[in-house]
Design a protein around this ligand. Structure first.
Ligand code: PLP
Length: 386
């Protein structure tokens, strides 16, 4: 159902700014009402013409957020979940026992663990490959058995870039779907569905909400098909729907996504350039730098910026990295990403034993503070006490 604020007549930026701009007929309010009701009155002739029945499968505020995400991704439909993890696992639970998944070696840690440890209980088999190499994906795919190829691009925490169009071709030749965790790229910098992906996943906790005050996830599907109906069923029966309060906050956050992200991309580039020649920094990992192995592909696959995430590798090693993170004042030492406040994290500490993350790596999520202040703070922290 097209609405005033999701009309193809206007640019994405204009539509986003009014993401809660459906004018309520009764009150003429410019922001959407928050619908808390868990149940709906049945019509006297025993029908449910409003299409709403009960709050576990569906909610009007949740639907508003879904319309905005579907608009952003150019999707046939979107579903929001209580977390990014519940969105991703809903897709995997829509597969049948015995089916096979191909996933990247370097990807969001908690989801990689779920695929490694818990997916087996559902009867899924999973192979992890270097997803930056399309040939490695092609070798791992088993026609007729592989039902899902999963990508994350740029991926945590090295921001390597994978070729969505190439992976889509490989998946489709084997009659599998391609699903892309596009959390870091956001729908504004990369549109996986237009590159051939079948499903896009977001941790809406990150850039979409953008204020570090909501845990949420989203899936968007290229087609309203049988698989999508199955995903809807999984969400409804397991009760993974996002709460209406959180959906309201997510809608509010999304109204400023374009403005936030533009500034975050700009500051991340400035910070990446500054530290790429810093004597205490061995390497800056940012797809926007020509030195990054994924730069050429990122330049093709991402429009309008290379994102707000980067990592630095501290020349003096792990202990020096942990100590530098201990000395920052403006950056906040915390996990997560995509919020208005800048975060710094010694990533190996949170990922734990067995992580492929380099021990000397500090992950930076660039917020909306002045880039000059962020650089000065991190410069001072890297200098130590001298
Ligand atoms: C945070 C994150 C997730 C998990 O999302 P939650 O909302 O924390 O459940 C998945 N993928 C990426 C890339 C993330 O950053």
């Amino acid at each position: 159902m097209p609405t005033d604020h999701t009309s193809p007549r206007w640019s994405v930026r204009s539509q986003l700014a009014q993401a809660m701009g459906r004018i309520d007929a009764a009150t003429r309010a410019v922001t959407a009402p928050l619908h808390l009701s868990t149940t709906y009155v049945r019509d006297p002739d025993n029908q449910y013409r409003s299409s709403f029945v009960y709050g576990r499968p569906d909610n009007a505020t949740v639907r508003e957020a879904e319309e905005v995400i579907a608009m952003l991704e150019g999707a046939a439909g979107a579903l929001v979940f209580g977390s990014g993890m519940s969105a991703a696992t809903a897709l995997f639970l829509s597969l049948a026992p015995g089916e096979h998944v191909v996933a990247p070696q370097v990807m969001y840690w908690a989801l990689r663990n779920w695929l490694k440890v818990d997916a087996a209980a559902w009867g899924l088999t999973v192979d992890f490959v270097d997803a930056t190499d399309p040939d490695a994906i092609a070798r791992a795919v088993k026609p007729g058995v592989t039902k899902c190829v999963w990508l994350e691009t740029p991926c945590n925490p090295t921001w390597e870039v994978s070729d969505i169009a190439a992976a889509a071709d490989i998946a489709h030749r084997a009659e599998a779907i391609l699903a892309v965790d596009s959390t870091v790229a956001t729908p504004l910098l990369t549109q996986p569905l237009s590159l051939g992906a079948d499903v896009v996943m977001h941790s809406a906790t990150k850039y979409l909400n953008g204020h570090s005050d909501v845990i949420a996830g989203a899936l968007a599907s290229a087609r309203d098909d049988e698989r999508w109906a199955k995903v809807k069923r999984v969400r409804a029966t397991l009760g993974q729907i996002l709460g209406p309060f959180e959906a309201y906050l997510l809608l509010r956050g999304m109204r400023t996504l374009e403005a936030r992200l533009r500034l975050q991309c700009q500051s991340a580039m400035t910070i990446a350039r500054h530290f790429s020649t810093h004597p205490r920094v061995a390497e800056v990992l940012y797809p926007g730098l020509a030195s990054h192995p994924g730069h050429a592909l990122a330049a093709r696959q991402m429009q309008g910026g290379f994102g707000g995430m980067l990592s630095i590798r501290v020349r003096a090693g792990e202990q020096a990295a942990i100590e530098a993170a201990a000395r920052v004042q403006l950056w906040k030492r915390a996990t997560s990403l995509g919020g208005v406040e800048s975060l710094i994290e010694h990533r190996a500490s949170i990922e734990g034993p067995g992580t492929p993350c380099p021990p000397d790596l500090l992950r930076l999520s660039v917020g909306l503070e002045s880039a000059d202040d962020l650089i000065a703070d991190l410069d001072r922290a890297l200098q130590g006490n001298e």
